[in-house]
Design a protein. Structure first.
Ligand SMILES: [Zn+2]
Length: 161
């Protein structure tokens, strides 16, 4: 079992290869999946919104290698203050991690925070929500019309009490 400090070292090495010429904010992430470590840095783009976080790049590497479950996550960013994963990455981690999956994020100066995926994204939307919706059965067109009519009535009701 790879330790969290070992995972942090992998994240730190990946951070050195991050491509962050626009923000200058290099991030490295490493995930443990199937007993292997997958590490990546953030990759920015001159079309800014196309930039991808280190965490998501590391998750994509693990998934591309055939893994669907991540057992631990480490992130290295910032000089003094550790930078936590962004909201988008928390959602992506929740897709492949159990709520109790450990996450450690650290500044290059050594300070770190150890938490878990459930604490970073409580009550996460996930695959179970879609499965529950699917098992409720398909909606018919008539259901959709009735639902839309209810919404219109409610809206009208609020406008003229
Ligand atoms: Zn992110």
């Amino acid at each position: 079992m790879t330790s969290l400090p070992a995972l942090l070292r992998a994240a730190s090495r990946a951070r050195a290869k991050a491509y962050a010429p626009y923000s200058g904010f290099q991030v490295g992430a490493a995930v443990l999946a199937g007993g292997r470590v997958f590490a990546a840095g953030n990759v920015e783009n001159s079309a800014y919104p196309l930039s991808v976080c280190a965490e998501r790049n590391a998750v994509a590497m693990a998934v591309a290698a055939g893994h669907r479950r991540i057992d631990a996550v480490a992130v290295v960013a910032g000089e003094d203050q550790p930078a936590a994963p962004c909201g988008g990455c928390r959602q992506v981690l929740a897709e492949f991690c159990a709520p109790r999956t450990p996450v450690i994020y650290a500044a290059s100066g050594g300070r770190s925070v150890t938490t878990d995926v459930g604490a970073l994204l409580p009550d996460a939307f996930g695959p179970d929500a879609l499965r529950r919706a699917a098992s409720a059965g398909p909606r018919t067109t008539a259901d959709g019309h009735r639902g839309a009519a209810r919404v219109r009535l409610t809206a009208r009701g609020r406008r003229s009490p």
